[in-house]
Write a protein that binds this ligand. Structure first.
Ligand SMILES: NC(=O)c1ccc[n+]([C@@H]2O[C@H](COP(=O)([O-])OP(=O)(O)OC[C@H]3O[C@@H](n4cnc5c(N)ncnc54)[C@H](OP(=O)(O)O)[C@@H]3O)[C@@H](O)[C@H]2O)c1
Length: 243
């Protein structure tokens, strides 16, 4: 497996949270160039490193996605990190939030893959890294629309992995547990993962060629529970929901 040193990496949602940490981790790995994509480049932190190339990109804007693929035509590793979470159960909460989760986390992310695969094919060996969620395995009722969108993304990730298997593009799925970012602001969940450690762990496992990555301890615990017996993780979430 190719290391990330001297590689060109494209990261969406790079201005905060796990995306920002992924930029720092990519630089620490010795990446040659990091395209840091953000809906508003003014929100990007100063990474104080001239290997970072800011790119303005809302992944739901198909023109901007096409333009980004044109500018970043030397990308070898595409990290689809951008995502949104709208709270709400299946029966309650607004439908717009559920549509938005699906729009960003699923449709826009598969559109990113469609736009970038033609350039990744020219830069093989290449990789796509899709950040889904542990909720892709078993849904939490109070974020059920988000969980469905991540299950859809996880499914698409596995499908495209097979589709691209003979083209020199490796496709990784990342399914973290709860990480301490804005997405979990106000959450009372304990022992959330640290975004910097999570990002480092993601890139370490990408370098090792691990296809299904659970980068944090909470995620690993949940995944082990699910793997032994899927209903056991559902029982944990039942208890979290009903108290
Ligand atoms: N935190 C967790 O517990 C957790 C667990 C599992 C998976 N994840 C996943 O990890 C990824 C990163 O999440 P995070 O925790 O770092 O969340 P975050 O702090 O809320 O950051 C989300 C990032 O996605 C960007 N984004 C949202 N909509 C976008 C769009 N339409 N186009 C481009 N960028 C967009 C945001 O940009 P703006 O600043 O412009 O809004 C921001 O940079 C997400 O896919 C999330 O679902 C997170």
């Amino acid at each position: 497996m190719e290391k990330l040193q001297n590689t060109t990496i494209f990261i969406t949602g790079a201005n905060r949270g796990i995306g920002k940490s992924l930029v720092k981790a990519a630089l620490a790995k010795g990446a040659g160039k990091v395209y840091a994509a953000s809906r508003d480049i003014n929100n990007l932190p100063d990474f104080k490193d001239n290997r970072v190339i800011p790119i303005e990109l809302d992944i739901t804007n198909t023109d901007l996605v096409a333009h980004a693929a044109e500018i970043a035509s030397d990308t070898k590793v595409l990290i689809n990190n951008a995502g949104v979470l709208s709270p709400g159960t299946i029966l309650e909460g607004d439908m717009e939030g559920k549509q938005k989760d699906m729009e960003v986390n699923y449709f826009a992310t598969i559109n990113m893959m469609r736009a970038f695969v033609p350039i990744l094919e020219k830069n093989i060996p290449a990789r796509i890294v899709n950040v889904a969620s542990i909720a892709a395995y078993s849904p939490l009722p109070f974020i059920a629309g988000y969980a469905a969108s991540k299950a859809a993304l996880f499914s698409a990730t596995q499908a495209v992995r097979i589709e691209l298997a003979k083209k020199g593009i490796t496709v990784h799925a990342v399914n973290p547990g709860a990480i301490d970012t804005d997405m979990n602001k106000g959450s009372e969940m304990e022992a959330m993962g640290n975004p910097d450690l999570t990002a480092k762990s993601i890139l370490d496992e990408v370098e090792k060629g691990i296809l299904d990555i659970i980068p944090d301890d909470m995620g690993k615990g949940m995944y082990d529970t699910w793997r032994k017996e899927p209903s056991k993780l559902a029982a944990v979430f039942h208890d979290m929901y009903h108290g």
